[in-house]
Design a protein around this ligand. Structure first.
Ligand code: ADP
Length: 357
């Protein structure tokens, strides 16, 4: 029985009836709460504190705070509360707990004749991680937009400075401006697309659809691009294969994967689309005979803006968001996307979709 429980048990008067309720509230709080006595030994704690700080499920009670959490500023804050009766707020990072971060409020507390100090630990690990992701995303977007914009401005200036009358080059300058403006357009479209998927604005309308026909349609849309690079597109899906998916979104996923398979292929290479079943899942595979992806990149390939060769991807018109969009759309279907690859031989991207029961 913890100190707080014992203390509450001794309370018999009516006015103390609210105290068990308080104790229950403490137990259900997500924040960790630790109360120490004058000697900094732990008198009480709630379940969240136990889950967060009890190493190997050992007891927290009667332990010195310094045995449970080793942090100088935390101890200084508790000392201030115990000796000077002053409250303080600190930020605490615990390397031994996977660098979890807490905002901690420490205050003096009086429990009958016992003086103590209470610490309330608010876990901000996830909030901080999200903030970092957000900042990185913003800085990536700014960087990605700045490059084509700088180029557009430079060529407009060149034209203004007289190149507009240079009949040999003015069309070329305009073409460069157009190419960069198109890149910005693609980028903004992809960013908007990704953000509407992530914010849950996209509602899927899954239905039974013929996979063979869908792949044929994507092939038709990408045929010019494939022809330019002499890439052979092969649809190996049996004609009577049906899957359960939102057709527009599945087409978008396949377009992104097949477009990559063409872009990152070698000249006159092959792209083959196949279908198999894995338990109760449909698996659609996009196989290419391209350059492959070195294993150190495979883990991160589905992250936004992650590219194995940034300059090259830009050159061939990539935004670095295609695979992130595929990943999100696959997950929205309750499925997943994965990749295997051999450098010099090619890659296989697979979309796994649950079948309708
Ligand atoms: P991008 O717009 O650059 O194609 P993606 O998100 O679609 O962005 O792909 C991210 C990166 O993954 C690419 O820049 C490329 O480095 C790598 N990649 C994607 N698909 C393939 C593939 N089929 N073969 C080799 N590398 C690929």
């Amino acid at each position: 029985m913890s100190f707080l429980d014992k203390w509450l048990k001794n309370k018999k008067s009516d006015e103390d009836l609210s105290r068990p309720i308080l104790s229950k509230i403490l137990e259900t709080m997500r924040e960790s709460v630790i109360v120490v006595g004058k000697d900094t030994r732990i008198l009480s704690f709630n379940r969240a504190a136990y889950n967060a700080f009890a190493r190997k499920n050992r007891a927290l009670e009667d332990k010195r705070l310094s045995e449970v959490i080793r942090d100088l500023s935390l101890h200084e804050a508790f000392r201030k509360a115990l000796e000077e009766e002053k409250s303080s707020d600190i930020e605490l990072e615990i390397p031994s707990l996977e660098n979890r971060k807490f905002d901690v409020h420490i205050a003096p507390i009086q429990l009958d004749k016992t003086k103590g100090a209470i610490g309330i630990f608010y876990d901000i690990t996830q909030i901080e991680r999200l903030e970092t992701v957000r900042q990185e995303f913003l800085s990536n977007i700014s960087h990605e937009l700045r490059t084509p914009l700088t180029s557009i401005l430079a060529f407009v200036e060149t034209l203004e400075d007289g190149a507009i009358d240079d009949e040999k080059n003015n069309q070329h300058f305009l073409a460069v401006i157009r190419k960069n403006a198109q890149r910005m357009h693609r980028l903004i479209n992809d960013i908007l697309e990704l953000s509407s998927i992530e914010s849950g604005k996209i509602i899927l309308e899954p239905k039974k659809a013929n996979l063979f026909a869908l792949v044929e349609e994507v092939f038709t849309n990408l045929s010019t691009k494939a022809r330019d690079r002499k890439i052979k597109l092969t649809n190996q899906i049996p004609k009577d294969t049906f899957i359960f998916a939102d057709v527009v979104r599945l087409e978008q996923m396949l377009t992104n994967l097949i477009d990559n398979a063409v872009k990152f292929n070698k000249e006159a290479g092959h792209v083959t689309i196949g279908h198999s079943q894995n338990g109760s899942k449909d698996v659609i595979s996009v196989l290419d005979t391209g350059e492959g992806i070195p294993s150190e990149h495979l883990q991160r390939i589905f992250e936004r803006f992650y590219r194995t060769d940034r300059a090259r991807s830009r050159e061939i018109g990539g935004t670095g968001l295609g695979l992130a969009i595929v990943k999100h759309l696959a997950r929205l279907h309750g499925g997943e996307v994965s990749v295997t690859s051999t450098v010099g031989k090619g890659s296989v991207f697979s979309i796994e979709l649950p079948q309708k029961n």
